[in-house]
Structures are given as structure tokens and as C-alpha cells.
Write a protein that binds this ligand. Structure first.
Ligand code: ZN
Length: 302
């Protein structure tokens, strides 16, 4: 199976920073070791052109991000020190989601081993997110006439505020976010459907809530394409999440989303979003299981 990976584009971080930069390279190695993708099927995405970012984001925001002329407040909100390398990486991650989405339209499903930067809005970014890869990829699919109606299934433990701002008002997109009620961000922009889950929500309660939410979403839109943010951070051991899913529960979540989307006739673009386990190997396990779920379904429905 072809996948996209941008882990070679590292950027400087202070020691002990909680952004899990190590997971991306480890995940690429794991996906190859598990036989989910051959080494030559792992593609390095091109950097998204500035004009594609400006099709979705405010030109001033893109310019400030590009040159590093962010205000102190903006840089603090992103939570990552600005560098040219950081911007290059963000452009590559967005390029990976575009490539995976284009692949999905041809082959039902595409996977970016990264992306899901859902806290980036029109003229702002925060929570490790500079550009909203999903909104940029959807704009590209539409510009190319490949897809129109979209469903965003955001299962990162944090609410998808940037995506809600950019795509919520769009009548041909339905934005769904399932997240910890008590998790970041604390000032929210409403999605079309927000499911606020209490601290400690377990597998069974999560899967019931997700299934019902997908019922509601699919009554509202018949998507050409679905973007699935398969966050690893609803896991019980996550340092930034407040939910209590097991690895098996997260795998069941992945299968539920994929099966419901395929059942609805949508192509699916899978992106990783967050994951902050104390041991990065746990996050890699969860992300690799998502890729395995995709691979299994391709074998079944291929
Ligand atoms: Zn998150």
C-alpha cells in the first residue's frame, strides 16, 4: 500500500519538548517492518505551494508564518519555536495530505503518516498547527473537480477548532469532532457536530457515541470524500488526553470509521493528528494499527 511520510524534514526543538517528533520516523520504519507498505511505497510529499495555502488561509498569516514575523503571542500559541525548517515541514505534511487525498479518490483510501493539523484556522494557528492540511487538501480536490461533498471525522482527543472555523460554514462539508469535554482547546469554535466526552470515557461508551455521531453525519451529507483524523491521543496513557480508550478500542474505532465511510461510498483520506504517550512506542503502536486496519480493508474490498 502506498503511504506518504515527511519525517525526514525535522526541525529544532528544545530538549524534553512534548511534540513527538520521533514518532514519524519510527512509524515509517514500523509500517515497512510490518509489511504494510514496501519501502518504495513510502513517498516523500512535495511542499504545498504557497498559493494553495493562500486559497484557504489569510495571506497575511501565510506571509508571517513564511518569514517568521509571527507575533510573540502567535508563536506561543503554536507551541513550537519558529524556524525555516518548521515551515518546510508543515508544507511537506500538508503536501502529504493532498497526495493521500488524491490517491484516495483513485483507490478508495490514502494514508498520510502525519497531518491532521486541525488547530489551524484562517488567520491563526495553535497547538502545534500552522496550516490546516485537511482544508487545503479539500480545496485542491475541489479545484481539480475530483470531489465536492466532504465529511470530516475528527477523532483526535482535542476539538477541531481550526477545521470548524474553515469548513463549518461550508454547506458541502460536515465537520464532526469527538473529543474530551475537558481537553484543549478551551475556547472553541463549534463544529457541525461536537461530541463532548467526559473524562475517563472507555471503549464501549466511545464506540457507541461515535456510531451515533456517524449516523447523524451521514444523514446530513453523502460525502464524496471523508477525512479521518485518527488521533492516538484518546488512549488511556496519553499525557495530553483525558479519555481512557485501550489500544483494542482505538483499533475498533478505526475499523468502525473506515467501514462506515466505505459503506457510504466515500473515499477516505487518513491522517494521524495527535498522540502524546510517555513512551513514543505506544503512539507508534496505535498509529501502526490504524494503517493495518486500512490495509486489511483494502485486501477485503480492494
Ligand atoms: Zn490532539
Amino acid at each position: 500500500m502506498r503511504v506518504w511520510a515527511h519525517d525526514r524534514f525535522a526541525f529544532p526543538l528544545p530538549p524534553g519538548h512534548r511534540f513527538p517528533i520521533a514518532k514519524y520516523g519510527l512509524l515509517r520504519e514500523r509500517v515497512i517492518a510490518d509489511g504494510l507498505a514496501a519501502a518504495e511505497e513510502v513517498h516523500e510529499p512535495a511542499a504545498v505551494p504557497w498559493s494553495r495555502l493562500e486559497a484557504v488561509h489569510d495571506r497575511g498569516w501565510v506571509a508571517r508564518a513564511r518569514t517568521g514575523e509571527l507575533t510573540v503571542r502567535e508563536e506561543r500559541g503554536i507551541g513550537l519555536p519558529w524556524s525555516e525548517a518548521l515551515v518546510e515541514r508543515a508544507r511537506r505534511a500538508t503536501g502529504g495530505t493532498i497526495a493521500a487525498a488524491q490517491h484516495a479518490l483513485r483507490h478508495r483510501v490514502g494514508v498520510n503518516l502525519g497531518g491532521g493539523t486541525h488547530h489551524a484556522g484562517r488567520d491563526w494557528g495553535r497547538g502545534f498547527c500552522l496550516f490546516n492540511d485537511v482544508a487545503v487538501a479539500l480545496a485542491r480536490l475541489r479545484a481539480d473537480g475530483l470531489a465536492e461533498r466532504a465529511l470530516i471525522v475528527d477523532c483526535d482527543v482535542h476539538q477541531g477548532d481550526g477545521t470548524a472555523e474553515l469548513l463549518g460554514p461550508d454547506p458541502d462539508t460536515f465537520t464532526l469532532s469527538l473529543h474530551g469535554a475537558r481537553n484543549y482547546p478551551f475556547e472553541r469554535i463549534p463544529s457541525d457536530l461536537d461530541i463532548d466526552l467526559p473524562n475517563g470515557t472507555d471503549d464501549a461508551a466511545y464506540l457507541r457515541a461515535l456510531d451515533r455521531a456517524l449516523d447523524v453525519a451521514l444523514e446530513r451529507i453523502a460525502p464524496d470524500v471523508a477525512f479521518y483524523l485518527a488521533g492516538a491521543d484518546p488512549w488511556h496513557g496519553d499525557r495530553l488526553g483525558r479519555l481512557a480508550l485501550t489500544k483494542a478500542g482505538l483499533r475498533a474505532r478505526d475499523e468502525l470509521v473506515l467501514d462506515r465511510m466505505f459503506g457510504a461510498g466515500a473515499s477516505v483520506c487518513v491522517v494521524l493528528a495527535g498522540g502524546y504517550a510517555a513512551d513514543v512506542a505506544d503512539t507508534v503502536d496505535i498509529n501502526a494499527a490504524t494503517v493495518a486496519a486500512v490495509s486489511e480493508r483494502l485486501a477485503l474490498h480492494g
